[in-house]
Design a protein. Structure first.
Length: 445
């Protein structure tokens, strides 16, 4: 089911760009305006000029810049198709060091109805249109999407690591935050065939890049409309980073919510609604109380599904634990049990929808909810900015995500945050409409 193919990647030319750390960038959707300006100033060749261009006609500016950088030799294309093994060494907030392994390759685009590639989060129209227009102008996939496969024995990671042991990396990037990314080129046909055969019967899960995936589907359909297609043209494929969801180094962080836009409720009415549905644990809104609240929240999350809450002008931090599963069963009959029981579903359906009165449209508009992975920072923002409440969540487990996706369901937006994000600028897939993609050892049926 999962069709993997090598490709000729486009890279920064290291003879021209000596320090790759100066030209790579975070993904476009996490770059603030201040960060965008800083990256522009960091190098005239920083990838942000392609991924999040500042020019008035940004799409054509990207197309022109991409063409110029290739003509100038700033960007070069690999001579032969390859699979690219990528490692990312990073530290968690608690200081624990991790080494995430994965590989970059093409995979054949599939409509979601096929079940071969599955989303796990809902998407918004505006980002999809933005990325579609960017692809139409540049005829390139500027950054890979993040795909997950499930392989318990982790054979793929082992054979890739063994294949590059003792060999210098094709590129190495030491980031300002101490992270290190290393990438190797894999051209061994037998090894590539082994990867293809290992995954050919599996379906894939989109971890990050839902908007770009759907934009690439639209680009494929646009290209097909110009004439007949045999299914092997380059526009039928998407560049992806593949990681094993069973690898403990694949880290999922919680995504917390800062919320505004709901009609203010009298304090006693809000408290009564919460206590009707939840066991409520209180901590004083003091520096010591904040520490005890966060510690208790982390501890209880190991045993129960809990939500941390703080409302503006409420002198307490709250830990909320649902009293009875039947509450969600009656409110969300259309959701499966695994999806109903997630704290993110309880938050959006019961607290934001039922108690605070935010409609699904208001929740999805982008104006009423701000997302962050920083729990302490979110609590501080609540007191300083125009938000009414903050809700702290715990991340879903890998097996919970797989259980939900296997039913064909999608989780609410920003339910997961796979950490760290993939760097943008390491690798580009330039799409030649006349190029045929070959997948040795495995053909479409």
């Amino acid at each position: 089911m999962a069709q993997i193919a090598p490709f000729r990647a486009v890279f920064y030319n290291q003879k021209r760009i000596r320090d790759l750390a100066r030209v790579v960038a975070p993904p476009y959707d996490v770059v603030s305006p201040d960060e965008q300006e800083r990256l522009y100033k960091r190098s005239p060749y920083n990838f942000i000029r392609l991924d999040l261009n500042q020019e008035p006609d940004s799409y054509q500016a990207v197309a022109q810049t991409l063409t110029e950088w290739q003509a100038q030799g700033i960007l070069v294309r690999d001579e032969a198709p390859a699979v690219y093994y990528l490692t990312h060494r990073f530290k968690l907030k608690n200081g624990e060091e991790k080494l995430r392994q994965g590989f970059l390759a093409l995979t054949e685009l599939q409509d979601f109805s096929s079940g071969k590639i599955r989303p796990h989060e809902k998407t918004l129209d505006a980002p999809k249109q933005d990325r579609f227009k960017l692809m139409l102008a540049s005829h390139a996939q500027l950054s890979p999407i993040f795909m997950l496969y499930a392989e318990r024995k982790q054979m793929i990671n082992r054979v890739l690591a063994m294949a590059v042991e003792g060999t210098p990396a094709l590129m190495e990037v030491d980031q300002d935050n101490g992270d290190q990314c290393r990438l190797w080129r894999i051209t061994d046909a037998a090894l590539i065939d082994k990867i293809q055969q290992q995954l050919k019967d599996d379906w894939l899960l989109i971890a990050d890049g839902h908007h770009r995936y759907e934009a690439t589907l639209a680009y494929r359909d646009h290209m097909r409309s110009a004439g007949p297609s045999n299914g092997r043209e380059a526009f039928n494929y998407i560049m992806a980073y593949f990681a094993n969801i069973n690898d403990p180094n694949v880290v999922i962080l919680p995504t917390h919510r800062l919320v505004r836009g709901f009609a203010p409720k009298p304090f006693m009415e809000l408290e009564a609604a919460l206590e009707k549905n939840f066991h409520v644990e209180q901590h004083p809104k003091t520096p010591d109380g904040r520490l005890s609240f966060l510690k208790a929240l982390a501890s209880e999350a190991k045993k129960y599904r809990v939500i941390g809450a703080s409302f503006k002008r409420d002198p307490r931090y709250l830990i909320l634990r649902l009293k009875n599963k039947r509450i969600m069963q009656s409110l969300a009959k259309d959701l499966s049990g695994p999806l109903r029981e997630l704290d993110v579903s309880i938050l959006h359906v019961l607290i934001l929808g039922q108690i605070l009165g935010l409609t699904p449209e208001q929740q999805a508009s982008g104006d009423n909810i701000r997302y962050t992975q920083d729990d302490e920072g979110a609590l501080q923002v609540l007191e300083k900015e125009d938000y009414q409440a903050v809700f702290l969540l715990t991340p879903p487990k890998a097996e919970e995500i797989l259980a939900i996706v296997s039913t064909g369901e999608k989780m609410p937006q920003k339910s997961t945050y796979f950490y760290p994000k993939l760097l943008s600028g390491l690798i580009i897939n330039k799409i030649d409409p006349n190029e045929q993609i070959e997948s040795p050892g495995y053909k479409s049926e």
